[in-house]
Structure formats: C-alpha cells, structure tokens
Design a protein around this ligand. Sequence first.
Ligand SMILES: Cc1ncc(COP(=O)(O)O)c(C=O)c1O
Length: 396
Amino acid sequence: MSRGNSRSGKALERVHSVVKESQGSPIRALKRLMEERADVLSLAMGEATFGAPQELIEAAARALEEGKNLYTSTNGIPAMREAVADFAKRRWDVDVDPETSVLMTVGGMEAIHLAFRIVVEEGDEVLLPDPGWGMMRTVAERRGARLIYYPLARAGTWTYDVDAILERMTDRTKLVCVNSPSNPTGAVLSAEDWPRLTAVAREKGVFILSDDVYHNFVYDGSHSSALSHGELENLIVVNSFSKTFAVTGWRLGHVIAHPWLIHQMGAYKESISLCSLSIGQWAMSEFLAASDGYLDWSRALCRDNMQKMIASLKAVPGVSCPEPQGGFYVFLDTSALDPSSAGMTEYLWREGVAVVPGGFFGSQGEGCLRLGFAAPWEEIEPALARLQQALAKKHG
Ligand SMILES: Cc1ncc(COP(=O)(O)O)c(C=O)c1O
C-alpha cells in the first residue's frame, strides 16, 4: 500500500498543498521506523519513558471504574481548571481565574493550533526561535504566516537573546513564539529577560505565545513564566501534562490566556475536538496538588542523566556538547565530522542508533543532533555507547 507520497486522480489533484508538499516531521517518521526495527537503539525519544506517577495511574483507573467516560464541557471540568490555577499559584505565584482564563486542550499541540487560528491572519509576521521545535514552524506555515526567525545565542550553552527578538519586532509582527526551556537546545528565558520582552510586546500590541511544556525541567534555578512578568492581554501560555508526567499519549494540555481569547479558542475547539480526555481531567484534577514529589524526582533523574551523557560525550573526539539549561535534550554538535545533520543521522541509523537531525530545528541546528535523556539510565547507556563507537569510527 502506498505511504501516500503521490497523488493521482482528478479529485486528489484539486486539493491544494497546504505546506508546499507536506512531508511531516522526521521525528514522527522515526517513531514509525523504530516500530519496524527492533535492533536499533534510540536516543531520538521526545518523551519521558521512565513512567507516569503511580497515584496518577490509580486515579485514572478509578475514573474509568466510575464511568467518567462521557464528554466534558469544552473548556474542561471545573475541578481540572481549578487545579491548573492552584498549580500556577504554587509554582509561579500568579493568580489565574480558572473560570475565565483556562482552557483544557488536546495536548499543548491543540492549544498552539487554536492560538494560531484565533490570533494569526494570513500574511502576519510570526517570530520563531532558530533552532526551535519544527512543529511550531509547521503550524505557522499552515496558517499562512510570514515566518521570521530570531537566533538563539550560543555562548558555551544555548541561551535566549532578547535583543535579537526585539530587533525583529516590527509593526507587522503579530506573534512572538518562545519555548522555555527549549526543544531542542534547552535554552531558558530568564526572570531578568522576560519583563523586557513582555513590556515591548505589550506596547506594540504583539502577542507572546509562551510554550512552557518543559517547565519542570530547569536545571539551574527555577522556571520563570511569562505569567509572572506581564499582563494577560497579550500573553498566551501553553502548557501540557505530556512531558511533565510522562503521559504523552493522554493528549492533555491547557492554555492560560485573556478571557476573550479563551472564549474564542473554546468556541473554535468545539468544532475540532469538543472536549479533552475526560479520564485524564478527572485523574489529573485529583493528582496535581500532590505532584511535587514526582516533579522533583523526575527533574533530579533528568539532571543526572544529562550530566552523565555530557561527561560521556566529552570523551568523544571531534564533537562538542554544550550543557543545556533545561529540557529533555542534549544538542550535540557533530559538524566537524559531517556538516549535514541528515547525513550524520543516516550514518548513525546504519550503525544502529537513532537520533534526530538538528536541521529539522532550523538553519542554526544544522550540524547538530538531538539526543534525548528522559529515560531510565539503563535504556540510555547502551544507545550512548553505540553512538560513541559510531562517532569514534567516523572520526577515524
Ligand atoms: C516544544 C514542544 N511544545 C509542544 C509539544 C507538544 O506536546 P503535547 O501536544 O504532547 O502536549 C512538544 C512535543 O514534543 C514540544 O516539544
């Protein structure tokens, strides 16, 4: 059966290509290939594989037993939205009105789509980080936005350079996307930098879409949210339980924004998904208040894995490996061995190890590879050893 790469037939030919000829993300393609090749060891994961919290699973099982299987209201059950607001108070010391300012979504992904759908018109300029998560670019492209990239700085480690964002903000800019900690670089936007960005954006009437899905994984200090440094009138803060609680398959996230936007996004959501996972909402609303222990444990585990991974890679000749400030990934620079990240990824695939090519994340990511470390160390170690061997062989 065809994988769907060609289209012949009168009806199919009349369909417009939304994004040139859309190829889809190499990360999703890898996930499919990995399912076919059990012998390949993976460092390509974009999710935590160390298991969801037991209490959360038990709460979900209870919700199932209790028959909480029906539609919820579009914006989400009140208990869930209240738990989100309480969490925001506890973590970031911000007051969020659960009634008007929270919308539960099908993962962070749906929240991002809804935000673009409501805020961005065809031709609007959208500022995106380079390197940055490729899916954000895809959503912006599908909306017909004009994409303007701002570079992340690379001084030892990857960081946000607010001046690089401000320099690119013009009257045509509608939305600035920030992802802190960043996928793939781990760059974090600091508490000092946030107010500079939110103040100028507000004055110019520019929205900031802050993608906080990796918020729990900051390795030096604590996560700083846009919510603590601005006004809701131009902030759209996307969050998700996917990465935080290792439940990517649940497809449960949320967005905090101005009540008018929440209303518009909710109305649009009705025509897409009606509501978000009922079982997940019931379980999470019960569990979230007691989640600190798991959050601390998983952050410590990831920090430890990251440090061990960096130490191992430092011993490999011809590569350089900055320590990320946060997130799930090490962004390894292999450009001295092969300037093409796609070429390097293919070579490593033949050697039996899967990684994600940095070029997918933008021109500044070219020559780098994304390696995931949100897994039990026993899973990472053999894949890392194979990677080290393959890189040493390439170096010769
Ligand atoms: C930066 C970033 N934002 C959002 C998402 C989407 O997460 P989800 O839809 O599972 O919440 C991902 C997933 O990889 C991501 O890396």
